[in-house]
Design a protein around this ligand. Structure first.
Ligand code: 8Y7
Length: 274
C-alpha cells in the first residue's frame, strides 16, 4: 500500500499503530514548544518499541467529548506533524473527520487520514484524500462521539457494520480514492455495548469479504474493563489478548497505546499464525 510516496507492506506481518493524543492537559493550550517536544519524544519511543504507524489526533473522541474548532485542532496537530515527519521513518496518520483539518495535515506531511466517521461527517473528505493520494481509514461509528453510547442498538451488529463499511468504501472509490489505499475498521467502542464489541471480535473474519486491510482498535477500551473489572491503567494484558485474537481472525493493523507489550504479542502471534 502506497500513501503519498511511503509504502506499507501488508500480509507479511501485523503492523502496530501507536496512538499520539495531542489534546491539551489543564496546564497548556496545545501547540507550545513543550507540547511539541513531548509529542516528538513519545513518538520516538513508540517507534523504537516497534510501531510502524503513528496516529496523531487533536480532538478527543471519548464518549461524551465535545467537538473542537478547525483552528484549534490545527493549532494542536500541525506543529506536531511537522516535527514528527522529519524525525521518524514511519507512516503518520491524522485522526480527523474534517476535510479542512485533513488537507493541511496532509500538506504538512501526514500519509493517511483516520476518519472515525467513515466519510459520513464531511462530504469533502474523500476528494481531499483522493487528490493527495493519501491512505484512508474508514471506521464505523453509530451516532457521534457525544451521543454514541446512549443505548446503541442493532439487530445484527456484524451485518450492520459490514453493510455500512461497504457503503463507505463505495463512496470513497466513487470520489476517486484508490481502492488499494483504503483500510477498514469496525470501530470497537463507537456506538457499541460490551456485547456488541465482543460479537464484532468473535466474528471479525466476516470483514475479510470486504477485501480491504483490516485495522482494529481495542486498546484499554471499556469493554475490556467490563470483562476484567479493571480500570484503564490495568488493561494492558486484556488489550494484548484482543490483539492476538484479532490477528488470528484477520487484522492487519492494531491501534494501541502500549506499543512495547502489543508489539511483542503481535510478533509472537505472527509466528504462530502467519
Ligand atoms: C479508534 C480510533 C479511537 C479505533 C480507529 C480510543 C481515533 C478512542 N479509537 N480510530 N480512534 N479505530 N481507526 O480509546 O478503534 O483510542 S479514539
Amino acid at each position: 500500500m502506497n500513501c503519498r510516496g511511503k509504502t506499507l507492506t501488508l500480509g507479511d506481518r501485523t503492523h502496530v499503530m501507536g496512538i499520539l493524543n495531542v489534546t491539551p492537559d489543564s496546564f497548556s493550550d496545545g501547540g507550545c514548544y513543550f507540547d511539541v517536544q513531548r509529542a516528538v519524544a513519545h513518538t520516538q519511543l513508540m517507534v523504537q518499541e516497534g510501531a510502524t504507524l503513528v496516529d496523531i489526533g487533536g480532538e478527543s473522541s471519548r464518549p461524551g467529548a465535545l467537538p473542537v474548532s478547525v483552528d484549534e485542532e490545527l493549532a494542536r496537530i500541525l506543529p506536531v506533524i511537522r516535527a514528527v515527519v522529519d524525525r521518524v521513518d514511519v507512516l503518520i496518520s491524522v485522526d480527523t473527520y474534517k476535510a479542512e483539518v485533513a488537507q493541511p495535515a496532509l500538506e504538512a506531511g501526514a500519509h493517511l487520514v483516520n476518519d472515525i466517521t467513515a466519510l459520513r461527517a464531511d462530504a469533502a473528505m474523500a476528494s481531499v484524500v483522493a487528490r493527495r493520494e493519501a491512505g484512508l481509514i474508514l471506521m464505523h461509528i453509530k451516532g457521534t462521539p457525544r451521543t454514541m453510547q446512549q443505548a446503541p442498538q442493532y439487530d445484527d451488529v456484524v451485518s450492520e457494520v459490514h453493510a455500512s463499511l461497504q457503503e463507505s468504501i463505495r463512496i470513497a472509490e466513487a470520489q476517486g480514492v484508490a481502492a488499494e489505499r483504503i483500510i477498514i475498521d469496525p470501530g470497537i467502542g463507537f456506538g457499541k455495548t460490551t456485547a456488541h464489541n465482543l460479537e464484532l471480535l468473535k466474528r471479525l473474519s466476516e470483514f475479510r469479504s470486504l477485501n480491504k486491510p483490516l485495522l482494529i482498535g481495542t486498546s484499554r477500551k471499556s469493554f475490556i474493563g467490563n470483562v476484567l473489572g479493571l480500570p484503564i491503567s490495568e488493561r494492558v494484558e486484556g488489550t494484548a489478548a484482543t490483539v492476538c485474537w484479532a490477528i488470528a481472525h484477520g487484522a492487519d493493523i492494531v491501534r494501541v497505546h502500549d506499543v512495547k507489550a502489543n508489539v511483542r504479542a503481535a510478533l509472537m502471534t505472527d509466528a504462530l499464525y502467519r
